[in-house]
Design a protein around this ligand. Structure first.
Ligand SMILES: [Zn+2]
Length: 216
């Protein structure tokens, strides 16, 4: 009996090894899928909106679903102007609407009087540019839904309005910066709002560095 068992294991060794390999691979894939930080079904399964990246259509996930920004066919604001270079990171050329520029210049001056530096590192971005961001991150191995967790899909970013700025540093470091504390206290006086505050009701990823001019 025992000899038979050893004989059988020997005879089917490669088959057993193969099934073990498939089993382990299956477990690995399921652990990876559950561990992924991207939005998983059913968040996006009901979406009737799609974004096309490299020829592939992706259903737009929650919370972006139903929140397209502006007119996707003709999205560029016609009054974009350049921010003064001393208000941008590394003196980069950043464009926003004229009203946003005027309001930001006044707010940055007020902040400076309180020894706070407000610097912009992003303003107007076209949906095409937003698509480039996705392509770049997806090439580095992220899937569409992982990118969508923290970055608006093309056509869904407030940056295409020309009234939104990312401030330096445009990362979670900003949350603890003196600039963030100052903005929480003062930004509303200059008609700027934090678009995606912490624990926002719509379920947007918190972006403490992302501020939008909402007009007087
Ligand atoms: Zn932003």
């Amino acid at each position: 009996m025992r000899t038979n068992m050893i004989f059988l294991i020997g005879r089917y060794f490669w088959k057993i090894k193969f099934f073990l390999l498939v089993f382990v691979a299956g477990i690995t894939i399921s652990i990876y899928a559950n561990d992924s930080k991207g939005l998983q079904p059913p968040h996006y399964l009901n979406s009737s909106e799609y974004v096309v990246i490299e020829g592939k259509a992706y259903p737009v996930p929650y919370p972006w679903q139903g929140k397209r920004v502006g007119n996707a066919d003709d999205p560029k604001p016609d009054d974009l102007v350049r921010l003064p270079l001393d208000l941008t990171l590394d003196q980069s050329k950043i464009y926003v609407t004229a009203a946003t520029k005027d309001a930001f210049v006044i707010m940055a001056e007020a902040a400076k009087e309180d020894s706070i530096t407000l610097l912009a590192d992003s303003g107007y971005r076209s949906p095409a540019y937003q698509k480039q961001i996705y392509k770049r991150r997806m090439k580095k191995g992220k899937d569409f839904y992982e990118v969508a967790t923290g970055t608006a899909p093309p056509g869904y970013s407030e940056h295409m309005l020309g009234s939104t700025l990312d401030l330096v540093p445009s990362s979670f470091m900003f949350a603890k910066s003196p600039a963030q504390a100052w903005l929480q206290e003062n930004a509303s006086k200059f008609n700027f709002i934090e678009s995606y505050p912490e624990n926002n009701a719509d379920g947007f990823f918190w972006e403490p560095w992302h501020w939008k001019y909402v007009g007087p």
